[in-house]
Design a protein around this ligand. Structure first.
Ligand SMILES: Nc1ncnc2c1ncn2[C@@H]1O[C@H](COP(=O)(O)OP(=O)(O)OP(=O)(O)O)[C@@H](O)[C@H]1O
Length: 277
């Protein structure tokens, strides 16, 4: 029977060693009018504490749906999702493609926003926000409004806001898709640097296989809809990692191997779209 639960359990005795997240047979269907869309699953994934896992897959295969389930925004229609969370710290925090900054708030107020929601006292919230503004490379822009910033800077604000609450799991949904190619590389480097500093658990969705291989400890290839895990690759490049790892022959070879798997799913997705139309 469908369980329709997202279980967030504080350190249950059954936690597999080191696991932060365990998705077991997670599925999601959407019903709109008379049509039913089987968006995801059965989806099985285990993520260890402190691991950086990238999801790649064809458009519409359910990647965002999975993040929304992890974030608690959406219940699964079947299967279970267990999160092993420490008490007293924010569970999850999400960064979206479209910046998600509040245009009427300054950079400082935007970064402080999540802390205020978490009822962190004003002085501490200010200090933590200022610290994250520094870490993300926006010192000097505390009083600026989003409209005066570049897309890359706005996305830094989003990342700083998400990280300032010290989430146990950071969920990133194509966070760099809206910025130009050069800025994307810069933001990848910023993210690599801040992630190295405290290595929290990250699930990062991207359409760019190159980006996934530059950032991730693992790259999980998701099938055409309904999304299932078709391949789970451990990225062999060491840490700390610089973004110019992409220029090595080993990177090119791995990219080709993973692309061979991903291409089949993209083609399957296109074929399904053609049949449906
Ligand atoms: N609220 C909803 N109601 C109906 N269908 C939905 C809803 N949300 C998502 N879907 C459908 O579920 C499928 C998976 O969507 P989802 O956004 O998770 O895919 P995705 O892999 O993140 O896609 P993309 O890479 O293009 O962002 C799509 O067919 C989408 O249209």
């Amino acid at each position: 029977m469908d369980t329709q639960t997202r279980q967030a359990t504080a350190a249950p005795p059954t936690a597999p060693a080191g696991a932060k997240l365990l998705a077991s047979g997670v599925e999601r269907q959407f019903i709109s009018g008379k049509s039913r869309v089987h968006a995801l699953g059965p989806f099985d994934l285990r993520v260890a504490d402190g691991e950086f896992v990238c999801l790649v897959g064809p458009s519409g295969c359910g990647k965002s749906t999975f993040l929304r389930i992890v974030n608690g925004l959406l219940p699964p229609t079947a299967g279970t999702l267990d999160l092993w969370l420490d008490e007293g710290r924010a569970d999850t925090s999400m960064v979206f493609q479209d910046y998600g900054v509040l245009p009427w708030k300054t950079v400082l107020a935007n970064v402080r926003f999540g802390l205020e929601m978490a009822k962190v006292p004003r002085r501490e919230a200010n200090e933590r926000a200022m610290e994250w503004i520094r870490r993300i490379g926006l010192s000097g822009f505390e009083k600026a409004y989003p409209a005066t910033l570049s897309g890359g800077m706005r996305q830094r604000v989003s990342i700083a806001r998400a990280l300032a609450v010290q989430p146990q799991i950071l969920l990133m949904d194509e966070p760099f898709a809206a910025v130009d190619a050069q800025m994307r590389v810069v933001l990848q480097e910023v993210l690599l640097k801040v992630w190295e500093e405290d290595r929290r658990t990250v699930i990062f969705v991207t359409h760019s296989l190159e980006e996934a291989l530059v950032l991730g400890d693992r790259v999980v290839v998701v099938s055409a809809r309904p999304g299932r895990v078709v391949s789970d690759i451990t990225v062999p490049f060491g840490r700390p990692r610089a973004s110019d790892v992409r220029r090595t022959p080993e990177f090119a070879e791995l990219h080709q191997n993973v692309w061979d798997v991903l291409r089949d799913e993209v083609q399957a997705s296109l074929a399904a779209g053609t049949e449906a139309s």
